[in-house]
Design a binder for this molecule. Structure first.
Ligand code: FAS
Ligand code: PHB
Length: 389
């Protein structure tokens, strides 16, 4: 097969990029290791920044998002009895939309065929070749057959564990990594949320987050030691812990029910630079990971894809090499600011095992400052709604 762009990975980054390129008449193909069902089974992000919403609008794929997405003007930081509301709408004039990553991926998946976006699922042994040349190619196995895709650019949208980042020589790339000493145990349940807006709680027993997917479907998280196993957390034990950590007011409004999904995700901050090497570009989790505290992961993938689509379209339609050359620096500039915000909110809202009384006093002081300062709340708000693209 010969095409202009070979995209590896059909998560939100790969599908969003594929649709954007097709809409501009750029030929591309997406190679995905898993089945569509498997991709949709992964429960991940829940909060969309404006960049993600506007790309879906631009593609005309926002009908369900507009109908089912929940605009949120604010969110809350809880610290024991105290609830500090960050009024994003009032402070920045912007809001976020609560709409699951699964739904974004489904909307993109469902539109692939009608939009002429070729997505090859269950593509095994994907391997990148000659990425430093102007004629890279990708091989993969479908059933018994070894297939080859010749292209001008390869875009790695294959997540943290995919092969693309590893195709960049170690002497070229630089890893930046911080692994957190805890993970997030997440649960999905078909019960009404305990609050109409998100609550991030820093409790003596640990972190908790009350989120949602709809007025009838809730998403909750607590932080757990890395040694913890999901099997040790019965629904009852998790509901009891959430009620304690989220505080008495949230607990009083909490509806319990059976979990539809329960899983533990490790937390890390990670950046790989550069995000382009020769004819290989990286987007999304293939290049960076943020702790989910700032709800940035999916939205950073969207801004990477926005920059990559602009650069690739300019290359193929106007022979413009400049945007391709500038892609990595442009994407990383926004990535680092989101990494900083996600790291700082994680530091503020979690109890770290190595922390002593002084570190706790710093958390209390910072929360006191946020509670009393419009400037501090504005800073948090503008980062949470998403910095300019
Ligand atoms: P993805 O990982 O979503 O997609 C990569 C795709 O590449 C996958 O479909 C994978 O199957 C495919 N792939 C991998 N290797 C391949 C190969 N060799 N060949 C072909 N295909 C291959 N973000 C938030 O904002 N909020 C959250 O609450 C949140 N929770 C998360 C929980 C977990 C467990 C994880 C892992 C991430 C979470 N994230 C969250 C971040 C997450 O939403 C990512 O930022 C988002 O999925 C990024 O999308 P992609 O870059 O497309 O990567
Ligand atoms: C979610 O609803 O899954 C969610 C929301 C906000 C976060 C992380 C996860 O910061």
């Amino acid at each position: 097969m010969k095409t202009q762009v070979c995209i590896i990975g059909a998560g939100p980054a790969g599908l969003l990029l594929g649709h954007l390129l097709r809409a501009e008449g750029v030929d591309c193909v997406v190679l995905e290791r898993r089945s569509p069902e498997y991709v949709l089974s992964r429960i991940r992000a829940g909060v969309l920044e404006n960049i993600t919403v506007s790309l879906m609008e631009r593609l005309g794929l926002d009908a369900r998002l507009k109908a089912e997405g929940l605009p949120h003007a604010g969110f809350n930081l809880a610290d024991g009895e105290r609830l500090i509301r960050i009024d994003m709408e009032e402070l920045t004039g912007q809001h976020v939309v609560v709409y699951g990553q699964t739904e974004v991926t489904k909307d993109l998946m469902d539109a692939s065929a009608e939009r002429g976006l070729e997505v090859i699922y269950e593509a095994d042994e994907v391997a990148l070749h000659d990425v430093e040349s102007e004629a890279p190619y990708v091989t993969y196995r479908k059933g018994e057959e070894l297939q080859r895709v010749d292209c001008r650019f390869v875009v790695g949208c294959d997540g943290f564990y995919g092969p693309s980042r590893k195709a960049i020589p170690e002497k070229v790339g630089q890893n930046y990594e911080l692994v957190y000493p805890f993970g997030w145990l997440g649960m999905l349940s078909d019960v009404p949320p305990c609050n109409h807006e998100l609550i991030y709680a820093n409790h003596a027993r640990g972190f908790a987050l009350a989120s949602m997917r709809s007025p009838t479907r809730s998403r909750y998280y607590i932080d757990v030691p890395l040694s913890d196993r999901v099997e040790k957390w019965s629904d009852d034990r998790l509901w009891d812990e959430l009620a304690i950590r989220l505080g008495p007011e949230a607990a009083a409004n909490m509806t319990r029910g059976p979990s539809l999904e329960k899983s533990i995700a490790p937390l890390r901050s990670f950046v790989f630079a550069p995000m382009r090497h020769g004819s290989l570009m990286l987007c999304g989790d293939a290049a960076h990971i943020v702790p989910p505290t700032g709800a940035k992961g999916l939205n950073l993938a969207a801004s990477d894809v926005h920059y990559a689509a602009e650069a690739l379209t300019g290359f193929f339609k106007s022979s413009d090499n400049d945007a391709i050359a500038a892609y990595s620096d442009k994407a990383l500039s926004r990535v680092w600011k989101s990494e900083r915000f996600s790291w700082s909110l994680t530091k503020l809202m979690h109890r770290f095992p190595e922390d002593g009384p002084f570190e706790r006093a710093m958390q209390v002081a910072e929360l006191d400052y946020i509670a009393s300062s419009r400037a501090a709340q504005t800073s948090i708000a503008e980062n949470y709604v998403g910095l300019p693209v």
